[in-house]
Design a protein around this ligand. Structure first.
Ligand code: ZN
Length: 248
């Protein structure tokens, strides 16, 4: 069977002298692992189009137990990311998280749209790395079944309070007045970061990148979002560790 779809290469591994095994986030079939025969041949147009972080139009042959990429045409290479090791390592972390959370054998349009748009913003530098990391983490968790409940205080139901806390274990918020009633670990987020988190998970997709926070708020948002991700997923990400070494 042959299928034609668009996809972003989220990991690559060379096999022997000529061939390559890639993991692709495709629009129509989610995560696919596929062979690219002759990819390392420098004259092959498939060489560039099946490299890490390339977004390409793919002709894929699906055999009984494996996929083979017959043809690949580059649509976007995110070239500027490759000149900045911090941004490149953040992009690789997005790919690793994507490989873990995106579905297989089903349409993955929301996942593809999220990672492509986040990579565009990372390339053009219009939003900080901290903000993009938080947006990506909270939004991908939300679409893959780990959406936190940030509507109101878990205990009293208030929407706003002078002091607001996020509870990463249950993915809920609690106000300063109710804090003592909860036995959970809570991180003070205040209304600024709480509002930003609500914006990221509840807004229509086109709006998720547009909100403002001061520098301190951005750092807190980045930290809280990562804590939530690690609490819910309970897995360590090699690329995240590498990104943190690049950052410090
Ligand atoms: Zn309350």
């Amino acid at each position: 069977m042959k299928l034609t779809t668009d996809g972003l290469i989220i990991s690559e591994m060379n096999i022997g002298e000529q061939d390559r095994l890639v993991t692709v986030l495709t629009r129509s079939h989610g995560i696919i692992r596929a062979f690219v025969k002759g990819a390392k041949n420098i004259k092959s147009s498939k060489n560039a189009a099946t490299g890490l972080l390339c977004y390409s139009r793919l002709d894929i042959f699906s055999g009984r137990d494996k996929y083979i990429i017959d043809d690949a045409v580059t649509q976007e290479m995110f070239f500027k990311l490759r000149e900045d090791i911090e941004k490149l390592s953040l992009a690789q972390y997005f790919c690793e998280l994507m490989g873990y959370l995106a579905p297989e054998n089903e349409n993955a349009e929301p996942y593809l749209r999220l990672i492509l748009n986040t990579l565009y913003f990372l390339t053009n530098g219009k939003r900080s790395n901290d903000i993009l990391k938080a947006i990506f983490e909270l939004r991908i968790l939300s679409i893959s079944g780990y959406m936190p409940d940030l509507i109101c205080c878990k205990e009293c139901g208030c929407y706003e309070a002078e002091k607001m806390y996020f509870q990463p274990v249950s993915g809920t918020i609690i106000c300063g007045d109710c804090l003592r009633k909860s036995g959970e670990t809570a991180i003070e987020t205040g209304m600024g970061v709480t509002t930003a988190m609500r914006h990221i998970i509840y807004s229509p997709f086109e709006k998720i990148y547009s909100f403002t926070l001061d520098n301190e708020g951005e750092r807190l948002l980045e930290r809280v979002s990562e804590i939530y991700m690690l609490t819910r997923i309970d897995k360590s990400f090699t690329a995240l560790k590498f990104y943190k070494t690049m950052k410090s």
